[in-house]
Design a protein around this ligand. Structure first.
Ligand code: PMV
Length: 309
């Protein structure tokens, strides 16, 4: 039996603009994880099971375009194997699905590593990341690659599409509260809508993406110089731009406002938007109060976590 696990993730700055070449910052959230177990199967079948999403598929029966097939072929090619022996792959995950916490990327990364181990091998992180990116294309259409990158390396990253990965130094770890609207929101929809809007008025959207990119650069400087306290204002500004481009929602705005009223230094939606999660800057002292206020305002789940520990 072989096993691998991967964390969830949260985007702190720069979502959506990152698809258009601007920088973004994301960090792993180790409080939620996906664990994938691969064991030999006696019945000659390759099977993937996930109780959480009611998935039970045989890989010989599925259509091309299923992420599991992409993972299997990617690992087989990377390891130069003819074929995999029959196996049963079981996915267990505490990462909420379609909520901007990287659940798809975590499943892919854990599955890739577990399958390689099942074959008695290990893959370089760069290879894991490359195969996971192929599965992200199936989920998202035109992903930037930020999700698979932060989940593969499990470190805070400063990410620019098609640039070498930059791991962020975090000399002063900081506390954030993550809160879920409970509304699933497939990233492909908000990314697609924004793409259509951009096509009709490129100048306007490019200017907004420039503003968002500048915020990500400023945030990086604050994080790396050990002064994360200024991130609150940057989060507020980032949320305003995301609202402007139409990827927020009344529920996200309600949670963002509730976090600020409860003492968060700033807050924003995180990920694709329309539903999913918000992230708020807190302190170890204020975080429980902010989390309670978010629950009272309708959040279906909250996570208090430290970035950079
Ligand atoms: O997977 P999500 O919902 O966290 O969104 C990923 C971030 C986007 O910038 C919206 C899309 C992308 O591919 O970078």
């Amino acid at each position: 039996m072989s096993q691998a696990s991967a964390p969830g993730k949260i985007i702190l700055f720069g979502e959506h603009a990152v698809v258009y070449g601007r920088p973004a910052i994301a960090a792993p959230v180790t409080d939620v994880r996906t664990t994938v177990t691969v064991e030999p199967a006696a019945n000659g079948v390759q099977r993937i099971i996930s109780r959480k999403i009611d998935l039970d598929v045989r890989l010989d029966e599925i259509l091309p375009g299923f992420w599991g097939a992409e993972v299997l072929n990617g690992v087989r090619n990377a390891l130069d194997l003819e074929a995999f022996p029959p196996f049963k792959m079981t996915i267990d995950s505490s990462i909420p699905v379609a909520s901007g916490m990287g659940s798809g990327a975590a499943v892919a990364v854990a599955a890739i590593r577990a399958l390689a181990r099942f074959a008695g091998k290990a893959l370089a992180d760069e290879t894991v990341n490359r195969i996971a990116f192929e599965t992200e294309k199936l989920h998202h259409g035109t992903p930037s690659g930020i999700d698979n990158t932060v989940v593969t390396f499990a470190r805070p990253v400063y990410f620019v599409q098609e640039q070498p990965i930059e791991i962020l130094k975090v000399p002063a770890p900081f506390t954030v509260v993550i809160a879920d609207t409970g509304i699933p929101s497939p990233t492909a929809l908000s990314v697609g809508d924004l793409r259509r809007a951009w096509t009709h008025d490129r100048a306007r959207y490019e200017e907004i993406f420039d503003h968002i990119g500048a915020l990500a650069r400023e945030a990086r400087a604050a994080i790396e110089s050990g002064h994360p306290d200024s991130l609150g204002r940057l989060m507020d500004e980032n949320h305003r731009w995301l609202y402007e481009v139409g990827v927020s929602s009344p529920e996200l705005d309600t949670l963002v406002n509730a976090a600020r009223s409860a003492g968060a230094a700033g807050a924003k939606l995180s990920g694709g938007g329309r539903g999913g999660n918000i992230v708020a800057l807190a302190t170890p002292d204020s975080a429980p109060r902010i989390a309670a206020a978010l629950s009272a305002a309708g959040a279906t789940a909250t996570i208090i976590t430290s970035i950079g520990d």
